[in-house]
Design a protein around this ligand. Structure first.
Ligand SMILES: Cc1ncc(COP(=O)(O)O)c(C=O)c1O
Length: 426
């Protein structure tokens, strides 16, 4: 399979599974006619770019010199000791410019927007990391930028709102629905329909109508490619399992993609279990949803019996989404990947564990994967090897976590689990 960067050009780029817009029965393009032309234009631009060595070189240069790639693979020795089983490595996307894996996708799509002659970029954001990454590339390429963000997410992630505004982006708080990611996406689609000739919708995950799930996967698969060669170099073999949190699914798909053909490598996605799968308050789409169409593609959706999208909940804004990328739906349906959940309380526990054991403050999104990774490490035993994708850093979440844990500048946190339960987080 060819990827955009690093490979020599071919006659026509072979971009692998999903090139026809389908992942088994999932994927597709369910959009108003007004958007069909723009999606076809994007598909053509992407396929042309995929076989253009100049594009590859520019993307690779920006990703390295500006974006901070490759990111490091860190052996988490104290976390490993705590798990008492398999060796645990962290793929350090938190060290990328702007603090998450999101930057690689926006570098790629920013260059595509330029290639299509579109000088205005719009984006949706949940945790704000994709919005920040988009504002960053817009500043770097001199493009106009508007970011839609749920009003509740603006509150939870105000640091990222400020970062976006500092870089010249217009941030539009979305008051409709639950004021979270789904509502922001709806609003961004509305803007796109109205301004499609001048505007590129820079979508932030492997979701949406074809070709977005394909385009985003190809831009973020560098995560798994690096993890693969770094693990081979360090350990002389592939990992037994690779683990990542799943919101829309981009950091997980980036990590999984280069391992899909390696049958011996378990692919494990962790969804946001919120208050628990047995409640209405979670965002675990693959674990608790049903097949349906959302935001232009067939996948799994949290919906009621009438197909109405259900309100979601997660302690982490980046996982608070009722849909998931169609390729994940396919990986689950075929049994190639496993999807588990972690509750809000487990995410807080994971957040504290990584901070205290490794001196790394993670974003709340990958913090969901810490407790499941410790469990998995125990299951695999001391000969095992696990890579956990640390998709982003936690600066944006420090205010919210300290509020939930009742910490102040002069008072330490209470016991994580007790305190979380007391605040209604369990
Ligand atoms: C650090 C981080 N990780 C993960 C996610 C979830 O998105 P995805 O599932 O597309 O990686 C987000 C989304 O905002 C994020 O900011």
């Amino acid at each position: 399979m060819t990827r955009i960067a690093d490979e020599p050009p071919k006659e026509r780029a072979d971009v692998g599974r999903g090139a026809d817009g389908h992942y088994g029965r999932f994927g597709g393009r369910f959009v108003p006619e007004a958007l069909t032309g723009a999606l076809e234009e994007l598909e053509t631009a992407f396929l042309d770019a995929a076989s253009d060595p100049e594009f590859s070189a520019r993307l690779r240069g920006l990703a390295e010199e500006y974006g901070g790639r490759p990111t490091r693979l860190t052996h988490a020795d104290r976390l490993t000791r705590r798990g008492g089983g398999a060796r645990i490595y962290l793929k350090r996307e938190d060290l990328a410019h702007t603090g998450s894996h999101k930057i690689r996708n926006v570098l790629g799509q920013g260059l595509l927007a330029e290639r299509m002659g579109k000088r205005r970029i719009i984006a949706e954001t949940g945790a704000g990391q994709h919005g920040v990454a988009t504002a960053t590339i817009a500043a770097k390429l001199g493009l106009e930028c508007v970011v839609y963000m749920g009003a509740e997410d603006c509150r939870r992630q105000h640091l990222n709102v400020v970062r976006m505004r500092l870089m010249g982006a217009e941030v539009v708080p979305v008051e409709t629905g639950t004021g979270t990611l789904k509502d922001a996406i709806n609003e961004t689609f509305r803007d796109w329909v109205a301004n499609v000739d001048s505007t590129h919708y820079l979508i932030g995950s492997v979701v949406g109508p074809h070709p977005f799930p394909l385009v985003v996967r190809e831009f973020v698969r560098v995560i798994g490619e690096e993890a693969r060669s770094q693990t081979l170099a360090r350990e002389g073999r592939l990992p037994d399992a690779v683990v990542a949190c799943v919101g829309g699914g981009s950091n997980a798909m980036g990590l999984f993609a280069p391992f899909v053909e390696d049958a011996g490598v378990r692919l494990v996605g962790v969804e946001a279990g919120g208050d628990g799968l047995g409640t209405e308050r979670h965002s675990a789409t693959l674990s608790g949803g049903t097949e349906g169409i959302l935001h232009g593609a067939r996948s799994y959706v949290l919906q009621d019996a009438y197909g109405q999208v259900r309100p979601t909940h997660s302690i982490s804004a980046g996982l608070d989404y009722p849909g998931v990328g169609p390729e994940h739906a396919w990986l689950r349906a075929t049994g190639r990947a496993e999807y588990v959940t972690a509750t809000d309380a487990e995410a807080l526990e994971g957040f504290a564990i990584l901070a205290e054991e490794e001196g790394i403050i993670p974003a709340l999104e990958p913090a969901h994967a810490v407790v499941p990774v410790l469990r998995l490490a125990g299951e695999l035993g001391p000969d095992g090897l696990v890579v956990l994708n640390l998709s982003g850093r936690g600066d944006k979440d420090v205010d919210e976590v300290s509020r939930l844990l009742g910490m102040t500048a002069d008072a330490p946190r209470a016991d994580t689990t007790d305190r979380a339960a007391g605040e209604g987080v369990a």
